[in-house]
Design a protein around this ligand. Structure first.
Ligand SMILES: [Zn+2]
Ligand SMILES: [Zn+2]
Length: 306
């Protein structure tokens, strides 16, 4: 079933799509955490998130600016997996390095990016059942269509290696030549991918706002558009960030919760929206530990009020 582009702009007050999520017997547990440094390994990250009060977390699969990944320490992974179960930590949302650009104009950057991507897929298999999120890429003047086909091509090579991982395309702010600035662009990538059951989307609140989606004025309409164009069952994780800039600014500057242009009320509505129940919410706000602990407590408070 292909949805026509732009179909979502139709003004339709029928919000049946929300009802289907509200009919569930009980609410799933809420998962909240933040992006952590992976330098001391998985068990250390697990203990750190417990200390901060969270029950999920994100981490870079390798140096965000560099290339070479540390060897996986199988003993650390084993100990972490036991800890994860004991503390009921939810699915993790790993983040690809920023240097990975699957639709770069330079062939050497493109092939280096694909190598990182494939290697990350193999590494994620040590931690089955988690998410791997990446920025679709920047087409650097080649055009969106060319970018989309290069990203899909890389996904078609990578997904067969990701037997126990769900790969997530992140919604982007539309800075420079970023691909993935609209739900339609993400859908176009997904349409070209074969193993679609292992592919989803990570919804970044700062990015979607900066891209022009009105999370403050009409969250229902934004989620309805997502449902019509991609399908809410594909929305697997949320990056919960406020934004330093106005809607449609295409800037991508994250702000602490409640201190930016999205604001606490709109972010609370995202966290408590029935259509997003049970998703991991990851903070990528400009904070140190103390700030993250406070934001985690704030979001847990919102979740409990649901
Ligand atoms: Zn990101
Ligand atoms: Zn993000």
């Amino acid at each position: 079933m292909t949805k026509k582009q732009g179909e979502f702009i139709r003004i339709d007050k029928n919000l049946d799509f929300i009802d289907k999520f509200m009919r569930k017997e009980e609410c799933e547990m809420g998962y909240i955490g933040n992006h952590l440094s992976a330098s001391k390994g998985f068990l250390a990250m697990g203990k750190q998130i417990t200390k901060l009060g969270g029950n999920t977390f994100a981490f870079f699969t390798r140096n965000p600016r560099g290339g070479k990944a540390k060897e996986i320490d199988e003993k650390d992974v084993e100990e972490f997996l036991a800890y994860k179960e004991e503390k009921r930590i939810g699915a993790l949302v790993a983040h690809a390095p920023y240097t990975m650009n699957l639709c770069a104009a330079k062939p050497d950057i493109r092939s280096f990016s694909k190598e990182m991507f494939l290697d990350d897929m193999r590494r994620m298999e040590f931690l089955p059942g988690n998410f791997y999120n990446f920025h679709p890429g920047s087409h650097v003047g080649q055009g969106t269509e060319a970018g989309i086909s290069m990203i899909a091509e890389a996904l078609n090579e990578a997904l067969p290696l990701a037997e126990h991982t769900t790969v997530l395309l992140e919604t982007m702010a539309g800075k420079g030549s970023e691909v993935g600035r609209s739900f339609e662009e993400l859908r176009q990538i997904m349409d070209l991918v074969e193993c679609r059951d292992r592919l989803g989307v990570c919804f970044d609140t700062c990015h979607t706002w900066d891209a022009g989606y009105d999370l403050v004025g009409n969250l229902d309409e934004v989620l309805k558009a997502f449902d019509e164009i991609i399908g809410l069952d594909r929305l697997k994780a949320v990056h919960l960030n406020d934004s330093m800039n106005e809607k449609a600014s295409h800037k991508d500057r994250h702000e602490k919760l409640g201190q930016g242009r999205i604001g606490a009320d709109a972010l609370k509505a995202v966290v408590c929206h029935p259509a997003l129940d049970g998703r991991p919410f990851i903070l990528e706000t400009p904070n140190e530990d103390e700030g993250y602990a406070k934001e985690i407590a704030l979001v847990k408070g919102w979740m409990e009020q649901e």
